[in-house]
Design a binder for this molecule. Structure first.
Ligand SMILES: C[S@@+](CC[C@H](N)C(=O)[O-])C[C@H]1O[C@@H](n2cnc3c(N)ncnc32)[C@H](O)[C@@H]1O
Length: 351
């Protein structure tokens, strides 16, 4: 194993201790726990950004985040943005290029929250290929957020400009619901021209244009429920972004395996906003093929994830191309095929 830290001698044999092993150390966690975490966090905060990019310091950041993840109280969020990860949308558009004129394409967006991601995908795909018949399924565990998403009406009031509640799904006005779990506007990442193309505007509200709302089926459902595959049927593309990180590792892994069942043989799974160890483990176990096209760009494509590393449990570590497992660890998109499925089943059965 590559060392990133301290060296000790035990029983005559030299043993390399890494920061990763320190994170695993039960003694360290029990004895030092919170004070150790506070100390490591304050050291990190005191480092200039230029230093934080250096390899040994980045390893320290990885160690710090593993401690944060262990202690974190994970909680689901409704936060979202239109055009949140542009390279991801670009890869979806490229996948459509492979389709013939008039093809049917089924796509499911799981954990769709307020609908911004669904409408962004519909806009990019329908603009690129108006001839393709796009069947979109939007799924969320919260019926209330799904009803809100289906209406496609968003307030332009920024979260800081709100006077009412932003934390209760049913009690706020449209502004409150649009701003729920957000510190910035859902439209923050859009240009004026993009807003004009996607919305009709009236005063401080925008409504998603009707040609984008058409053909979207909204389903309340739990992504961990095995029955969900029979509800939506086999999908060409499944998107499961930024909600698995809010689950503990075991639940996220089980949920991801279930989501994989929605994908047609030869179809694609987009999954980001999840602990990388969990995604890597499941992808390996199931024999999914990582897509390297735009891999780095997609990994770095959502500033709200990269910016929060390593101090938040959902923060996304820097792309490290020299890691031996970089190809699978940093892929956010996988191709799932018959062979891959059979292999995954075989490995599971062998356990
Ligand atoms: C942070 S939002 C992500 C929204 C969008 N995917 C994005 O990336 O902008 C997470 C959403 O996942 C939903 N969610 C959480 N657990 C779920 C589950 N087991 N099945 C379906 N949806 C779930 C939550 O209700 C919430 O609306």
């Amino acid at each position: 194993m590559k060392s990133n830290g301290v060296t000790s001698v035990e029983g005559g044999a030299q043993r390399r201790l890494s920061l990763g092993m320190l994170s695993e150390s039960r003694i360290l966690r029990v004895c030092l726990g919170r004070p150790y975490l506070l100390l490591t966090t304050s050291i990190w905060r005191s480092l200039p950004v230029s230093l934080q990019r250096l390899t040994p310091v980045r390893r320290y950041g990885m160690h710090l985040q593993s401690l944060i993840r262990r202690r974190a109280v994970r909680r689901q969020s409704f936060g979202t943005f239109f055009l949140r990860n542009r390279p991801e949308l670009e890869l979806m558009r490229r996948l459509l290029e492979e389709r013939g004129h008039g093809a049917n394409v089924a796509i499911s967006v799981v954990g769709c929250s307020k609908g911004a991601e669904v409408y962004s995908i519909a806009w990019v795909m329908r603009s690129a290929r108006p001839d393709v018949r796009l069947h979109v399924h939007a799924i969320d565990i919260s019926r209330e957020i799904l009803e809100y998403a289906e209406r496609g009406v968003y307030s332009l009031t920024t979260p800081s400009g709100l006077t009412g509640p932003t934390d209760e799904i049913s009690s706020g006005d449209a502004g409150g619901r649009t701003c729920m779990d957000q510190s910035a506007s859902v439209c923050e990442r859009m240009t004026a021209a993009e807003m004009e193309a996607m919305f009709e505007r009236s005063d401080d509200r925008v409504t998603v244009r009707s040609w984008l709302r058409e053909g979207i089926h909204w389903y309340p459902g739990n992504a961990a429920d095995p029955k969900i595959a029979s509800v939506v049927g086999p999908q060409d593309i499944v998107v499961a972004d930024r909600f698995l990180c809010h689950m503990d590792a075991q639940s996220a892994a089980a949920c991801l395996r279930n989501i994989g069942r929605l994908v047609k043989p030869g179809g694609h799974l987009f999954v980001s906003g999840i602990d990388l160890d969990v995604r890597t483990k499941v992808a390996r176990e199931m024999g999914w093929t990582p897509m390297t096209d735009l891999m780095k760009e997609i990994h770095e494509g959502d500033a709200s994830l990269t910016r929060d590393w390593p101090l938040e449990y959902w923060g996304l570590e820097p792309f490290q191309p020299r890691r031996r497992d970089a190809r699978i660890r940093y892929a956010s998109v996988f191709r799932l095929g018959e062979a891959a499925r059979a292999e995954g089943r075989h490995r599971c059965a062998a356990r």
